[in-house]
Design a protein around this ligand. Structure first.
Ligand SMILES: [Mg+2]
Length: 219
């Protein structure tokens, strides 16, 4: 009998993917897809973001804001996603790729992707990043007014332990509040990525060797 793999939820923004870089790639790609200059695209993004109560509402409303007509939008969306995907190797943190590809990790853990935000925009990011090849389950898209703790209750069996890898302390705390010691958060703030390998080693018992990270081997 196969031993039960332990579920691990991976946050997307600033955990799997470099969100600041993504934003830049998004503006560049949209600018190219529509033939509209970069600054106009960026400024309209910021304007939309300030206007919308729940944050940026996604590429469709962004295109409308830029004056693109309804019937041009589907083609532009495909073009946009292709342009983003072409840059995807830069968007996913390399240490995340190493972890998700590690046979040791795959034998013991069952990774799932969970992300909060306007689903249209999150979908574009997740699909465009190329990270889905590492997940056999569909991503869990959590709306901007919902919580991760609520969203996972359908997919974890009662009693199971599970992990959450996230860049935000409060996301880990919310899981522990809700699920007690079944929830094991691994928090790696975005400005402390250098802790990634040692935290993963400590908490999951998985060694990831990242080329060029020789400094981690100095004991
Ligand atoms: Mg995050």
């Amino acid at each position: 009998m196969e031993t039960q793999k332990i579920p691990i939820f991976f946050d997307f923004d600033d955990t799997i993917a470099n969100t600041a870089k993504f934003k830049l790639v998004y503006w560049q790609s949209l600018s190219r897809a529509l033939g509209i200059d970069f600054d106009t695209v960026k400024e309209s993004y910021q304007r939309l973001r300030e206007r919308e109560k729940n944050g940026f509402s996604g590429p469709v409303s962004h295109m409308k804001e830029l004056g693109i007509s309804e019937d041009e939008i589907p083609k532009a969306l495909v073009e946009l996603k292709n342009l983003i995907t072409a840059e995807s190797s830069d968007l996913i943190f390399p240490e995340i790729k190493f972890l998700l590809e590690s046979p040791e990790f795959r034998n013991r853990y069952d990774p799932r992707l969970i992300t909060v935000g306007e689903p249209d925009f999150q979908r574009l990011k997740v699909e465009g990043s190329g990270v889905l090849q590492f997940f056999k389950h569909s991503p869990i898209y959590v709306g901007p007014t919902d919580t991760k703790a609520d969203a996972i209750k359908e997919v974890i069996d009662s009693g199971d332990r599970f992990y959450l890898i996230d860049d935000k302390e409060y996301e880990g705390a919310a899981m522990v509040d809700r699920y007690g010691d079944r929830a094991i958060p691994i928090i790696i703030p975005k400005d402390e990525r250098e802790k990634f390998s040692s935290l993963i080693q400590q908490k999951l018992g998985i060694t990831i060797e990242i080329p060029g990270e020789e400094r981690l081997k100095v004991v």
